[in-house]
Design a protein around this ligand. Structure first.
Ligand SMILES: Cc1cc2nc3c(=O)[nH]c(=O)nc-3n(C[C@H](O)[C@H](O)[C@H](O)COP(=O)(O)O)c2cc1C
Length: 403
């Protein structure tokens, strides 16, 4: 687990901290170090000029927290309880499909780092490792995310639920916010719009990234590992990709959410809520938790920033379910902003990809260290001795949505 700058005696930690003192430094390094298509896949959003991503960042930056002084500061522990388990901090890794395009082996590196640090790791159903592999690597922190695969009355989706239930994975996350496929311009422009078909430009980009080539040799080409067994005997990588693109899609209806709730006995979470009435509906169906999220600005750029929808949703849900948020989190200060506004935890996606891009396997742990250290610093600056005390500071939040 991390510590406030200067308190971690590991020399490698100090070196990484000198070179990459914030997550933005990792992003810049990732842009330089990765094959261009790999950076574009992990970094890009939808619509004009990544406007949704920029809104997420700006909305978090605009939340001001008023400190109180005159109390002895401490380095507050920031461990929390979520769904009956203790985690090191109110921080988690959001589910990502194909993070291995950014860095081969990404799902496993992320899971290992999360297990070491004791923060939740959510494997994406469209990830490049199976739920069985990840649950073995990260038995204390593993969650699993599902998209809708409706064919044969959800036979594949229900089988994935059965497989996850048979492992140590302890939370199931149903993603609701991809009712349609939208265009991510930067992905399309680098040739990642459809099948995995390396073109000459990609090959030249790869040739300039020796560390990425080494990782590719070690971990192989990204694949939808969880779906492989459903794509037919002898399915090639592109057959599995085609299967995924063909079969995954559409929004879960509330009736379908209820069916998945019935089949999953452990912690059940829905992801992508932006309206208090959708939160209400989810709670009425017995969800244990929900993510206020706009998919990190990757669907359409008109969606509100989740941090702005969060207070109204927290008010609506009260203590009937656990409300978490993601989209735009790039620092521990953002984590404290979200916590102060009522989120039980703030998850990040792209920040972890930038860590992988900058530092390969070492990246996820450095991102976690930065987020935890900055969370502790932000709490200390506010005069809060625990994350909960951050909830009583005065907050200026002009962007808060009224429904
Ligand atoms: C490369 C990439 C792939 C993603 N794939 C998925 C996915 O398969 N399922 C899902 O629910 N969310 C997916 N997301 C969204 C994340 O779970 C999360 O909502 C988002 O990244 C949070 O915003 P942030 O990137 O600004 O932290 C993906 C995000 C990225 C960056």
């Amino acid at each position: 687990m991390g510590a406030v700058p200067g308190t971690n005696s590991n020399p490698r930690h100090a070196e990484l901290h000198r070179h990459y003192p914030t997550i933005d430094y990792l992003r810049r390094a990732a842009r330089r170090r990765l094959p261009h298509f790999a950076f574009e896949y992990g970094d890009g959003g939808s619509g004009k000029d990544d406007a949704g991503i920029k809104r997420n960042w700006a909305a978090l930056d605009a939340v001001e927290l008023v400190p109180r002084y005159g109390v002895m500061p401490s380095l507050p522990p920031c461990d929390i309880e979520l769904f009956g388990r203790r985690y090191a901090a109110p921080i988690g890794v959001a589910p990502m499909g194909a993070p291995a395009i950014v860095w081969p082996g990404a799902d496993m590196h992320l899971a290992r780092a999360a297990q070491r640090a004791r923060i939740p790791y959510t494997l994406g159903m469209a990830g490049s490792a199976t739920i069985e592999q990840i649950a073995a690597i990260a038995p204390d922190v593993c969650w699993f995310q599902l998209y809708r695969v409706a064919r044969n009355d959800h036979a594949v989706g229900f089988d994935l639920v059965r497989r996850a239930a048979a492992t140590d994975c302890h939370a199931l996350v149903l993603t609701l916010d991809v009712p349609v496929r939208t265009t991510r311009a930067r992905e399309v422009a680098v040739g990642l719009g459809e099948r995995l078909r390396p073109n000459l430009k990609m090959t030249m980009q790869i040739a300039r990234s020796p560390a990425w080539i080494m990782a590719l040799r070690k971990y192989g080409i990204p694949r939808f590992a969880n779906l492989r067994s459903y794509a037919g005997a002898g399915a090639s990588i592109n057959d599995v990709i085609d299967f995924g693109r063909r079969e995954m899609g559409g929004a879960f209806t509330w009736e379908e959410v209820a069916k998945y709730r019935d089949r999953w006995q452990k912690t059940f979470i829905v992801k992508g809520i932006l309206h208090p009435q959708d939160a209400e509906k989810a709670v009425s169906l017995g969800v244990d938790g929900l993510f206020v999220s706009n998919h990190g600005g990757r669907q359409i750029e008109a969606l509100p920033a989740p941090i702005d929808a969060l207070p109204a949703i927290v008010r609506q849900v009260g203590n009937r379910a656990t409300v978490m948020m993601d989209s735009g989190v790039r620092s521990g200060t953002d984590v404290v902003r979200a916590y102060a506004l009522g989120a039980a935890a703030a998850f990040a996606g792209k920040a972890f990809l930038w860590g992988l891009g900058a530092l390969g396997e070492e990246g996820p742990s450095h991102v976690i260290d930065l987020l935890i250290e900055e969370t502790q610093s932000a709490l200390g600056q506010l005069g809060a001795h625990t994350p909960d005390e951050a909830r009583s500071v005065v907050i200026r939040h002009h962007g808060a949505l009224r429904f």
